[in-house]
Write a protein that binds this ligand. Structure first.
Ligand SMILES: [Zn+2]
Length: 361
């Protein structure tokens, strides 16, 4: 699991630029699936057919990560536009990589200098719209004098994607630190689930690795329509209550205490599980003795589960949330044991789906 996550999180893939992630997953899972295809939104869909008849089960995780795209530039700095939920509080001075067509350029996200101290202005957080990228360009020499911006000088195009450039690292208690765990951790769980699932279940499992979740739950919307499943299960990250500034009253979940079965998010305006979906997941976790947590999710934000739930005539949809700290910041922390537990729960839920969502029920 650790190696799967490490490899997946190292691949750049902001929303709309998921191709490298998709190709990596495709190569990894091909030996385990009966059918595999891309679609027009850049989604990857892989099918595993069980040996007995049963429901069409959709398992979904999003491939895209938050980041930036190049907007414009002057002779030194790049102006960038955030893609996905970026917080200006935690972004300044983060190392980044710009992915141009031909090469990668390193840089750092910068804000107003801390040396302009002690005015009221300097104490404020730099607004997202005022963040710039410094790629270490110096005053134009004779040769480049006429090139009025650094885009031309360094072969950068408007729209080129930018990702955080922070290496994966192993921390204490089987926790790891890295970029894009939201939702490469979910992708890693589905990849590992595919490896252990086998064919001894009823129905068909359709594994969806989808695009553009962070910018409006887009890939899953069209893919869910195309697949038309009888039931769906989404795997995505969430923040736990054991972060600085949060208390158990804000969130009862804790890193390392197992995958989370989320019953609702955004106060029910996002996902709101019906009893049959809750029973499916909670009873399966209990029966298989999988350590798990149950939560009513955070007030803001939702996942692909919400949009899949409302696809076609309505699709019963569950959500397994992976506990994480500092999600949507430049570097995130997850616990490997939680991801292994989530994998067990995904596999067990595929095997038990027929008991709850048999077409004749
Ligand atoms: Zn996510």
């Amino acid at each position: 699991m650790k190696e799967t996550l490490k490899a997946l999180s190292a691949i750049p893939g902001i929303s709309g630029h998921e191709d490298l992630v998709r190709e990596h997953i495709k190569k990894t899972i091909k030996p385990y699936v009966d059918d595999i295809r891309d679609d027009r939104m850049g989604n990857l869909i892989a099918v595993v057919k069980g040996t007995k008849k049963g429901p069409k089960i959709l398992l979904s995780a999003h491939m895209d990560q938050i980041g930036f795209i190049v907007n414009h530039a002057d002779d030194k700095y790049l102006k960038v536009t955030p893609i996905g939920g970026i917080s200006e509080k935690v972004t300044p001075m983060t190392p980044i990589t710009i992915h141009t067509k031909k090469k990668e350029l390193k840089g750092v996200i910068v804000c107003k200098s801390v040396f302009l101290e002690e005015t009221e202005e300097s104490k404020k957080v730099t607004k997202l719209k005022d963040l710039l990228v410094d790629i270490g360009s110096i005053e134009g020499d004779e040769e480049n004098k006429n090139k009025k911006d650094i885009l031309k000088k360094y072969g950068i195009e408007i729209g080129d994607p930018i990702t955080y450039d922070i290496p994966f690292a192993e921390l204490q208690d089987n926790c790891v630190r890295g970029v894009a765990f939201d939702d490469r951790a979910g992708c890693a769980v589905l990849v590992e689930a595919l490896k252990t699932l086998g064919r001894n279940f009823s129905g068909e499992a359709h594994f969806l690795f989808c695009t553009q979740e962070e910018v409006g739950l887009k890939g899953s919307r069209t893919a869910a329509f195309g697949i038309g499943p009888d039931v769906a299960l989404v795997v995505d990250t969430t923040i736990t209550g054991d972060m600085p500034g949060l208390t158990k009253i804000d969130s009862s979940t804790i890193l390392g205490k197992g995958p989370i079965i989320t019953l609702a998010d955004a106060e029910g305006r996002g996902l709101l599980l019906r009893q049959n979906v809750k029973d499916w997941l909670v009873e399966t976790a209990k029966k298989e003795k999988i350590k798990h947590q149950i939560e009513i999710g955070i007030r803001f934000g939702t996942t692909d589960a919400t949009i899949i739930n409302m696809s076609r005539e309505g699709i019963p949809t569950g959500l397994i949330s992976l506990p994480g700290r500092h999600i949507h910041s430049p570097t995130e922390i997850v616990n490997i044991d939680d991801l292994v537990g989530a994998t067990d729960l995904v596999v067990a839920s595929i095997k038990s789906a027929n008991d709850y969502f048999n077409k004749s029920n």
